[in-house]
Ligand binder design. Structure first.
Ligand SMILES: [Zn+2]
Length: 158
């Protein structure tokens, strides 16, 4: 393996989320608790500049999420118009750890996600929400991403 490959891999393993959006991710999760919140993180490449909340229309919203299809279409039109992309999708876990569940991995692979990056907000400790980010590839392999917040590694509390 060459040095350049290592550098490229390291560069791909982070996601930039500004502090104001970290705060909004937590606010959305707490607002929808005990249901899972879900939505889109919009920007370019690995840098998020906007968060778009989506309605969770799953029939079991406490442990599953499904983004409202019409809202998703609207968001897709918006990123096309503004020449941006979905950097990640996010959802909350209101009573489990901030790690992709078996269902999350299965959905990411089978349904085909609009992004391979998944941000999860865990409310296991309500007073200390945890945010983690993962890449899920088409082989069901999960890799944790480093979250950079305003140029610094995010340390899990805001
Ligand atoms: Zn999940």
């Amino acid at each position: 393996m060459t040095d350049s490959r290592i550098t490229n891999a390291a560069a791909a393993l982070s996601i930039n989320i500004p502090r104001r959006i970290i705060a909004d991710l937590i606010a959305h999760a707490l607002q929808d608790d005990p249901n899972e919140s879900c939505g889109l993180l919009i920007g370019n490449v690995d840098t998020v500049d906007e968060m778009q909340r989506m309605s969770n229309v799953n029939s079991k919203p406490v442990s599953r999420y499904t983004m409202q299809p019409a809202e998703l279409v609207e968001a897709q039109e918006k990123i096309r118009r503004t020449n941006r992309e979905f950097v990640a999708i996010y959802h909350s876990h209101t009573f489990t750890q901030g790690y992709p569940s078996k269902t999350d991995i299965k959905n990411a692979v089978e349904v085909g996600s609009i992004s391979t990056r998944h941000v999860i907000v865990s409310l296991v400790e309500k007073t200390r929400p945890i945010i983690r980010a993962f890449e899920i590839n088409d082989k069901s392999e999960v890799t944790e991403l480093v979250i950079q917040t305003d140029g610094e590694p995010y340390r899990g509390s805001d």
